[in-house]
Design a protein around this ligand. Structure first.
Ligand code: CTP
Length: 413
Protein backbone atom coordinates (compact mmCIF):
# COMPACT_ATOMS: atom_id res chain seq x y z
CA UNK A 1 0.00 0.00 0.00
CA UNK A 2 1.51 3.35 -0.93
CA UNK A 3 1.50 6.46 1.17
CA UNK A 4 -1.44 8.15 -0.58
CA UNK A 5 -3.52 4.99 -0.16
CA UNK A 6 -2.62 5.02 3.54
CA UNK A 7 -4.31 8.40 3.75
CA UNK A 8 -1.19 10.40 4.47
CA UNK A 9 -0.97 13.69 2.72
CA UNK A 10 2.23 14.47 0.87
CA UNK A 11 2.70 12.50 -2.36
CA UNK A 12 5.97 10.61 -2.13
CA UNK A 13 8.21 10.96 -5.16
CA UNK A 14 11.48 9.15 -5.78
CA UNK A 15 13.83 11.15 -8.00
CA UNK A 16 16.36 8.77 -9.50
CA UNK A 17 19.45 10.48 -10.92
CA UNK A 18 21.85 8.60 -13.15
CA UNK A 19 25.29 9.63 -14.32
CA UNK A 20 24.90 12.27 -16.99
CA UNK A 21 25.81 15.94 -17.11
CA UNK A 22 22.09 16.78 -17.12
CA UNK A 23 22.07 15.76 -13.44
CA UNK A 24 22.51 19.45 -12.63
CA UNK A 25 19.18 20.21 -14.33
CA UNK A 26 17.49 17.68 -12.06
CA UNK A 27 18.14 20.13 -9.18
CA UNK A 28 15.52 22.41 -10.75
CA UNK A 29 13.08 19.50 -11.02
CA UNK A 30 13.71 18.61 -7.37
CA UNK A 31 13.15 22.20 -6.28
CA UNK A 32 9.82 22.37 -8.10
CA UNK A 33 8.70 19.04 -6.66
CA UNK A 34 9.56 19.97 -3.06
CA UNK A 35 8.16 23.51 -3.32
CA UNK A 36 4.84 22.14 -4.57
CA UNK A 37 4.50 19.93 -1.50
CA UNK A 38 5.94 16.59 -2.58
CA UNK A 39 8.05 14.48 -0.25
CA UNK A 40 11.03 13.73 -2.47
CA UNK A 41 13.65 11.07 -1.86
CA UNK A 42 16.57 11.44 -4.25
CA UNK A 43 18.27 8.18 -5.21
CA UNK A 44 21.39 8.98 -7.23
CA UNK A 45 23.65 6.41 -8.86
CA UNK A 46 27.29 6.40 -7.77
CA UNK A 47 28.33 7.65 -11.22
CA UNK A 48 25.98 10.63 -10.99
CA UNK A 49 27.80 11.87 -7.87
CA UNK A 50 30.66 12.91 -10.18
CA UNK A 51 28.29 15.61 -11.41
CA UNK A 52 26.19 16.51 -8.34
CA UNK A 53 27.22 15.40 -4.85
CA UNK A 54 25.12 13.64 -2.22
CA UNK A 55 25.13 16.73 0.02
CA UNK A 56 23.31 18.80 -2.62
CA UNK A 57 20.53 16.23 -2.99
CA UNK A 58 20.18 15.76 0.78
CA UNK A 59 20.06 19.51 1.43
CA UNK A 60 17.58 20.25 -1.36
CA UNK A 61 15.27 17.34 -0.56
CA UNK A 62 15.56 17.26 3.23
CA UNK A 63 16.01 13.49 2.99
CA UNK A 64 19.04 11.19 2.90
CA UNK A 65 20.39 10.61 -0.60
CA UNK A 66 22.51 7.47 -0.48
CA UNK A 67 23.35 5.40 -3.51
CA UNK A 68 23.84 1.96 -1.99
CA UNK A 69 21.64 -0.70 -0.43
CA UNK A 70 24.16 -1.13 2.39
CA UNK A 71 23.31 2.13 4.15
CA UNK A 72 20.63 2.06 6.93
CA UNK A 73 20.18 -1.65 6.21
CA UNK A 74 17.83 -2.07 9.18
CA UNK A 75 15.29 0.06 7.28
CA UNK A 76 15.51 -2.27 4.25
CA UNK A 77 15.77 0.73 1.92
CA UNK A 78 16.17 -1.33 -1.25
CA UNK A 79 12.58 -2.53 -0.86
CA UNK A 80 10.89 0.18 1.19
CA UNK A 81 11.72 3.22 -0.98
CA UNK A 82 10.16 1.69 -4.10
CA UNK A 83 7.20 0.14 -2.28
CA UNK A 84 6.13 3.37 -0.60
CA UNK A 85 6.56 5.66 -3.61
CA UNK A 86 3.63 7.27 -5.42
CA UNK A 87 5.83 8.10 -8.39
CA UNK A 88 9.38 7.32 -9.49
CA UNK A 89 10.97 9.70 -11.96
CA UNK A 90 14.47 9.00 -13.26
CA UNK A 91 15.95 12.22 -14.59
CA UNK A 92 18.34 12.09 -16.27
CA UNK A 93 18.15 8.47 -17.39
CA UNK A 94 21.37 7.39 -19.11
CA UNK A 95 21.60 4.61 -21.73
CA UNK A 96 23.20 2.43 -19.05
CA UNK A 97 20.38 3.02 -16.56
CA UNK A 98 17.72 2.30 -19.22
CA UNK A 99 19.54 -0.95 -20.09
CA UNK A 100 19.68 -2.02 -16.45
CA UNK A 101 16.03 -1.16 -15.88
CA UNK A 102 14.94 -3.02 -19.02
CA UNK A 103 16.82 -6.13 -17.94
CA UNK A 104 15.87 -6.03 -14.28
CA UNK A 105 19.41 -5.64 -12.94
CA UNK A 106 19.59 -4.49 -9.35
CA UNK A 107 23.12 -3.61 -8.32
CA UNK A 108 22.48 -0.34 -6.48
CA UNK A 109 19.73 1.45 -4.61
CA UNK A 110 18.12 3.04 -7.69
CA UNK A 111 17.87 -0.17 -9.71
CA UNK A 112 16.51 -1.99 -6.64
CA UNK A 113 13.95 0.77 -6.22
CA UNK A 114 12.86 0.40 -9.84
CA UNK A 115 12.23 -3.30 -9.29
CA UNK A 116 10.16 -2.81 -6.15
CA UNK A 117 8.13 0.21 -7.29
CA UNK A 118 4.50 -0.53 -8.17
CA UNK A 119 3.63 3.10 -8.90
CA UNK A 120 3.97 4.95 -12.24
CA UNK A 121 7.58 5.28 -13.42
CA UNK A 122 8.82 8.07 -15.70
CA UNK A 123 12.22 8.03 -17.40
CA UNK A 124 13.63 11.29 -18.82
CA UNK A 125 16.53 10.13 -20.99
CA UNK A 126 19.51 12.35 -21.79
CA UNK A 127 22.45 11.15 -23.85
CA UNK A 128 24.25 11.69 -27.13
CA UNK A 129 22.25 11.12 -30.28
CA UNK A 130 24.25 8.04 -31.28
CA UNK A 131 23.55 6.37 -27.92
CA UNK A 132 19.84 7.24 -28.06
CA UNK A 133 19.47 5.97 -31.62
CA UNK A 134 21.43 2.76 -31.03
CA UNK A 135 19.28 -0.33 -31.53
CA UNK A 136 20.13 -1.55 -28.02
CA UNK A 137 18.79 1.64 -26.40
CA UNK A 138 15.72 1.73 -28.65
CA UNK A 139 14.88 -1.89 -27.77
CA UNK A 140 15.33 -1.17 -24.07
CA UNK A 141 13.04 1.86 -24.35
CA UNK A 142 10.43 -0.22 -26.20
CA UNK A 143 10.63 -2.90 -23.46
CA UNK A 144 10.14 -0.34 -20.69
CA UNK A 145 7.20 1.28 -22.50
CA UNK A 146 5.58 -2.10 -23.14
CA UNK A 147 5.72 -2.70 -19.38
CA UNK A 148 3.90 0.57 -18.73
CA UNK A 149 6.75 2.97 -17.96
CA UNK A 150 6.61 6.46 -19.44
CA UNK A 151 9.81 7.14 -21.37
CA UNK A 152 9.89 10.76 -22.47
CA UNK A 153 11.35 11.33 -25.93
CA UNK A 154 14.51 13.40 -25.47
CA UNK A 155 14.52 16.91 -26.84
CA UNK A 156 16.44 17.99 -29.91
CA UNK A 157 19.09 20.64 -29.40
CA UNK A 158 22.51 21.45 -28.04
CA UNK A 159 24.20 18.49 -26.32
CA UNK A 160 27.31 18.44 -24.14
CA UNK A 161 30.11 20.06 -26.09
CA UNK A 162 29.54 21.56 -29.49
CA UNK A 163 27.26 18.97 -31.05
CA UNK A 164 23.52 19.18 -31.44
CA UNK A 165 20.87 16.53 -32.07
CA UNK A 166 18.29 14.38 -30.36
CA UNK A 167 19.18 13.34 -26.83
CA UNK A 168 18.91 16.58 -24.93
CA UNK A 169 17.37 16.50 -21.45
CA UNK A 170 13.79 17.80 -21.66
CA UNK A 171 12.96 21.10 -19.97
CA UNK A 172 12.73 20.39 -16.18
CA UNK A 173 9.55 22.50 -16.02
CA UNK A 174 7.97 20.16 -18.57
CA UNK A 175 9.10 17.05 -16.66
CA UNK A 176 7.64 18.55 -13.49
CA UNK A 177 4.37 19.21 -15.28
CA UNK A 178 4.26 15.59 -16.47
CA UNK A 179 4.98 14.32 -12.92
CA UNK A 180 2.11 16.39 -11.55
CA UNK A 181 -0.29 15.16 -14.21
CA UNK A 182 0.69 11.53 -13.73
CA UNK A 183 0.21 11.88 -9.95
CA UNK A 184 -3.13 13.63 -10.47
CA UNK A 185 -4.38 10.85 -12.73
CA UNK A 186 -3.95 8.36 -9.88
CA UNK A 187 -4.88 4.86 -11.00
CA UNK A 188 -5.25 6.07 -14.58
CA UNK A 189 -1.62 7.19 -14.48
CA UNK A 190 -0.33 4.03 -16.04
CA UNK A 191 -2.78 4.27 -18.94
CA UNK A 192 -0.49 4.07 -21.92
CA UNK A 193 -3.30 3.69 -24.41
CA UNK A 194 -1.41 5.66 -27.05
CA UNK A 195 1.82 3.64 -26.71
CA UNK A 196 3.17 2.68 -30.12
CA UNK A 197 0.99 5.31 -31.84
CA UNK A 198 2.16 8.36 -33.74
CA UNK A 199 -0.08 11.38 -33.42
CA UNK A 200 0.19 14.78 -35.09
CA UNK A 201 -1.21 17.86 -33.38
CA UNK A 202 -1.34 21.35 -34.85
CA UNK A 203 -1.42 24.35 -32.53
CA UNK A 204 -1.26 28.12 -32.53
CA UNK A 205 -2.30 30.42 -35.32
CA UNK A 206 -1.00 31.08 -38.80
CA UNK A 207 0.21 34.48 -39.99
CA UNK A 208 -0.28 35.55 -43.58
CA UNK A 209 2.25 38.21 -44.56
CA UNK A 210 1.29 41.37 -46.42
CA UNK A 211 4.82 42.71 -46.61
CA UNK A 212 8.04 42.00 -44.67
CA UNK A 213 6.70 43.66 -41.49
CA UNK A 214 2.92 43.09 -41.52
CA UNK A 215 0.68 40.09 -41.46
CA UNK A 216 -2.92 38.96 -41.01
CA UNK A 217 -3.10 36.81 -37.90
CA UNK A 218 -5.42 35.62 -35.17
CA UNK A 219 -5.53 35.44 -31.39
CA UNK A 220 -4.79 31.75 -30.91
CA UNK A 221 -2.27 31.21 -28.09
CA UNK A 222 -1.57 27.57 -28.89
CA UNK A 223 -2.40 26.44 -25.35
CA UNK A 224 -5.09 23.93 -26.31
CA UNK A 225 -2.89 22.30 -28.94
CA UNK A 226 0.07 22.15 -26.53
CA UNK A 227 -2.16 20.57 -23.88
CA UNK A 228 -3.20 17.95 -26.44
CA UNK A 229 0.43 17.24 -27.32
CA UNK A 230 1.46 16.90 -23.67
CA UNK A 231 -1.47 14.64 -22.86
CA UNK A 232 -0.71 12.36 -25.83
CA UNK A 233 2.97 12.13 -24.84
CA UNK A 234 1.99 11.21 -21.27
CA UNK A 235 -0.25 8.46 -22.68
CA UNK A 236 2.73 6.99 -24.53
CA UNK A 237 2.36 8.40 -28.05
CA UNK A 238 5.12 9.63 -30.29
CA UNK A 239 3.93 13.18 -30.83
CA UNK A 240 4.70 15.65 -33.60
CA UNK A 241 3.49 19.14 -32.84
CA UNK A 242 3.20 21.53 -35.77
CA UNK A 243 3.21 24.91 -34.07
CA UNK A 244 2.23 28.20 -35.62
CA UNK A 245 3.58 31.34 -33.96
CA UNK A 246 3.36 30.45 -30.28
CA UNK A 247 5.65 31.50 -27.47
CA UNK A 248 5.08 28.37 -25.41
CA UNK A 249 7.98 26.13 -24.33
CA UNK A 250 8.44 22.86 -26.22
CA UNK A 251 6.57 20.12 -24.33
CA UNK A 252 8.84 17.37 -23.00
CA UNK A 253 9.28 14.50 -25.39
CA UNK A 254 7.42 16.11 -28.27
CA UNK A 255 8.90 16.86 -31.71
CA UNK A 256 8.00 20.48 -32.43
CA UNK A 257 7.96 21.82 -36.00
CA UNK A 258 7.52 25.60 -36.09
CA UNK A 259 5.59 27.03 -39.06
CA UNK A 260 4.41 30.50 -40.06
CA UNK A 261 1.72 30.49 -42.74
CA UNK A 262 -1.24 28.23 -43.54
CA UNK A 263 0.57 26.86 -46.56
CA UNK A 264 3.66 26.05 -44.49
CA UNK A 265 1.43 24.37 -41.93
CA UNK A 266 -0.21 22.30 -44.66
CA UNK A 267 3.15 21.23 -46.07
CA UNK A 268 4.46 20.22 -42.64
CA UNK A 269 1.30 18.32 -41.67
CA UNK A 270 1.06 16.39 -44.94
CA UNK A 271 4.68 15.32 -44.52
CA UNK A 272 4.51 14.13 -40.91
CA UNK A 273 0.97 12.76 -41.00
CA UNK A 274 1.80 10.12 -43.63
CA UNK A 275 2.43 7.53 -40.89
CA UNK A 276 0.22 9.06 -38.18
CA UNK A 277 -2.55 7.15 -36.42
CA UNK A 278 -4.37 10.40 -35.62
CA UNK A 279 -4.19 14.05 -36.63
CA UNK A 280 -5.69 16.73 -34.42
CA UNK A 281 -6.09 20.11 -36.09
CA UNK A 282 -6.23 22.46 -33.11
CA UNK A 283 -4.45 25.27 -34.97
CA UNK A 284 -6.35 28.37 -35.98
CA UNK A 285 -5.53 28.30 -39.66
CA UNK A 286 -6.19 31.48 -41.62
CA UNK A 287 -8.91 30.86 -44.19
CA UNK A 288 -7.61 33.68 -46.38
CA UNK A 289 -4.29 35.27 -47.25
CA UNK A 290 -3.45 38.48 -49.06
CA UNK A 291 -3.52 37.87 -52.81
CA UNK A 292 -0.31 39.84 -53.21
CA UNK A 293 2.80 39.83 -51.03
CA UNK A 294 4.69 43.08 -51.36
CA UNK A 295 8.40 42.41 -51.11
CA UNK A 296 9.21 45.91 -49.84
CA UNK A 297 7.43 47.58 -46.92
CA UNK A 298 4.15 49.20 -48.01
CA UNK A 299 4.63 52.95 -47.49
CA UNK A 300 2.01 55.60 -46.92
CA UNK A 301 2.01 58.37 -49.49
CA UNK A 302 0.47 61.71 -48.54
CA UNK A 303 -2.73 62.39 -50.41
CA UNK A 304 -2.98 58.86 -51.83
CA UNK A 305 -5.60 56.43 -50.50
CA UNK A 306 -4.24 52.98 -49.54
CA UNK A 307 -4.84 50.09 -51.91
CA UNK A 308 -7.57 47.71 -50.70
CA UNK A 309 -6.26 44.33 -49.59
CA UNK A 310 -7.53 41.53 -51.80
CA UNK A 311 -7.72 38.13 -50.14
CA UNK A 312 -7.60 34.64 -51.63
CA UNK A 313 -8.62 31.33 -50.05
CA UNK A 314 -6.08 29.16 -48.28
CA UNK A 315 -6.30 25.38 -48.69
CA UNK A 316 -8.61 23.74 -46.15
CA UNK A 317 -6.18 21.30 -44.53
CA UNK A 318 -8.73 19.59 -42.28
CA UNK A 319 -11.07 18.89 -45.20
CA UNK A 320 -8.16 17.60 -47.27
CA UNK A 321 -6.90 15.29 -44.49
CA UNK A 322 -10.45 14.01 -43.89
CA UNK A 323 -11.07 13.30 -47.57
CA UNK A 324 -7.69 11.76 -48.42
CA UNK A 325 -6.80 9.87 -45.17
CA UNK A 326 -3.04 9.67 -45.56
CA UNK A 327 -3.06 6.34 -43.75
CA UNK A 328 -5.94 3.82 -43.70
CA UNK A 329 -7.97 4.17 -40.52
CA UNK A 330 -6.32 7.47 -39.58
CA UNK A 331 -8.49 9.40 -37.11
CA UNK A 332 -8.92 13.07 -37.99
CA UNK A 333 -10.07 15.62 -35.42
CA UNK A 334 -11.00 19.23 -36.08
CA UNK A 335 -11.77 22.22 -33.92
CA UNK A 336 -14.46 24.78 -34.52
CA UNK A 337 -14.45 28.18 -32.92
CA UNK A 338 -17.90 29.66 -33.18
CA UNK A 339 -19.42 32.89 -31.95
CA UNK A 340 -23.13 32.21 -32.73
CA UNK A 341 -25.43 29.17 -33.06
CA UNK A 342 -22.53 27.18 -31.71
CA UNK A 343 -23.96 23.64 -31.91
CA UNK A 344 -25.83 24.05 -35.19
CA UNK A 345 -22.76 25.55 -36.84
CA UNK A 346 -20.62 22.80 -35.32
CA UNK A 347 -22.79 20.01 -36.70
CA UNK A 348 -22.80 21.58 -40.15
CA UNK A 349 -19.03 22.01 -40.01
CA UNK A 350 -18.48 18.37 -38.98
CA UNK A 351 -20.46 17.23 -42.02
CA UNK A 352 -18.75 19.72 -44.32
CA UNK A 353 -15.20 18.90 -43.24
CA UNK A 354 -15.73 15.13 -43.06
CA UNK A 355 -13.61 14.58 -39.95
CA UNK A 356 -14.28 11.92 -37.26
CA UNK A 357 -14.52 14.31 -34.31
CA UNK A 358 -15.08 18.04 -34.09
CA UNK A 359 -14.40 19.93 -30.88
CA UNK A 360 -16.78 22.86 -30.88
CA UNK A 361 -16.23 25.79 -28.57
CA UNK A 362 -17.68 29.22 -28.24
CA UNK A 363 -15.22 32.06 -28.64
CA UNK A 364 -15.53 35.74 -28.03
CA UNK A 365 -13.60 38.68 -26.69
CA UNK A 366 -12.96 37.01 -23.34
CA UNK A 367 -13.59 33.37 -24.12
CA UNK A 368 -11.14 30.58 -24.89
CA UNK A 369 -8.39 32.49 -26.73
CA UNK A 370 -5.32 32.80 -24.56
CA UNK A 371 -7.07 31.55 -21.44
CA UNK A 372 -6.16 28.39 -19.56
CA UNK A 373 -9.76 27.19 -19.53
CA UNK A 374 -12.15 25.99 -22.14
CA UNK A 375 -15.66 24.58 -22.45
CA UNK A 376 -16.66 22.50 -25.43
CA UNK A 377 -18.82 19.84 -26.99
CA UNK A 378 -17.11 17.09 -28.94
CA UNK A 379 -19.27 16.04 -31.90
CA UNK A 380 -18.58 12.68 -33.50
CA UNK A 381 -19.37 11.60 -37.06
CA UNK A 382 -21.39 8.70 -35.59
CA UNK A 383 -23.77 11.24 -34.04
CA UNK A 384 -22.59 11.08 -30.42
CA UNK A 385 -22.04 14.35 -28.56
CA UNK A 386 -19.76 14.64 -25.53
CA UNK A 387 -20.09 17.85 -23.51
CA UNK A 388 -16.93 18.91 -21.69
CA UNK A 389 -17.68 21.30 -18.81
CA UNK A 390 -15.78 24.53 -18.29
CA UNK A 391 -12.33 23.60 -16.99
CA UNK A 392 -8.63 23.48 -17.75
CA UNK A 393 -7.56 22.90 -21.35
CA UNK A 394 -5.72 19.79 -20.05
CA UNK A 395 -9.06 18.20 -19.15
CA UNK A 396 -10.46 18.83 -22.62
CA UNK A 397 -7.25 17.37 -24.07
CA UNK A 398 -7.72 14.14 -22.08
CA UNK A 399 -11.34 13.86 -23.25
CA UNK A 400 -10.29 14.28 -26.87
CA UNK A 401 -7.79 11.40 -26.55
CA UNK A 402 -10.37 9.33 -24.63
CA UNK A 403 -12.59 9.68 -27.71
CA UNK A 404 -9.79 9.12 -30.24
CA UNK A 405 -8.43 5.90 -28.67
CA UNK A 406 -11.46 3.65 -29.32
CA UNK A 407 -11.60 4.93 -32.90
CA UNK A 408 -8.00 3.97 -33.69
CA UNK A 409 -7.82 1.04 -36.03
CA UNK A 410 -5.14 -1.29 -37.29
CA UNK A 411 -1.74 -2.18 -35.90
CA UNK A 412 0.25 0.24 -33.79
CA UNK A 413 3.14 2.23 -35.24
N1 CTP B 1 -8.76 24.53 -40.79
C1 CTP B 1 -7.92 24.02 -41.75
N2 CTP B 1 -7.57 24.76 -42.84
C2 CTP B 1 -8.07 25.99 -43.00
C3 CTP B 1 -8.96 26.54 -42.05
C4 CTP B 1 -9.27 25.78 -40.93
O1 CTP B 1 -7.46 22.88 -41.59
N3 CTP B 1 -7.73 26.68 -44.07
C5 CTP B 1 -9.14 23.70 -39.65
C6 CTP B 1 -8.80 24.23 -38.28
O2 CTP B 1 -7.56 23.76 -37.85
C7 CTP B 1 -9.93 23.68 -37.44
C8 CTP B 1 -11.10 23.60 -38.38
O3 CTP B 1 -10.52 23.60 -39.68
O4 CTP B 1 -9.65 22.37 -37.00
C9 CTP B 1 -12.14 24.66 -38.25
O5 CTP B 1 -11.71 25.86 -38.72
P1 CTP B 1 -12.73 27.12 -38.94
O6 CTP B 1 -11.89 28.22 -39.47
O7 CTP B 1 -13.51 27.34 -37.73
O8 CTP B 1 -13.71 26.51 -40.01
P2 CTP B 1 -14.16 27.01 -41.39
O9 CTP B 1 -14.54 25.81 -42.18
O10 CTP B 1 -13.13 27.88 -41.95
O11 CTP B 1 -15.51 27.77 -41.12
P3 CTP B 1 -15.85 29.30 -40.83
O12 CTP B 1 -14.60 30.08 -41.04
O13 CTP B 1 -16.90 29.54 -41.80
O14 CTP B 1 -16.32 29.30 -39.42
Amino acid sequence: MNKQQQGQDRPRVVLGVSGGIAAYKACELLRRLTESGHDVRVVPTAASLHFIGEATWAALSGNPAGTEVWESVHEVPHVRIGQTADLVVVAPATADLLAKAAHGLADDLLTNTLLTARCPVIFAPAMHTEMWEHAATQENVATLRRRGAIVIEPAVGRLTGADTGKGRFPDPVEIFDLCRRVLARGDRAVTQDLAGRHVVVTAGGTREPLDPVRYLGNRSSGRQGYALARAAAARGARVTLVAGNTELPDPAGVDVLPVGTARQLREAVLKVAADADAVVMAAAVADFRPAVYTTGKIKKIDGVEPEPITLVRNPDILAELSADRLRPGQVVVGFAAETDDVLANGRAKLARKGCDLLVVNEVGEDKAFGSAENEAVVLAADGTETPVPYGPKEALAETVWDLVVPRLAGPRG
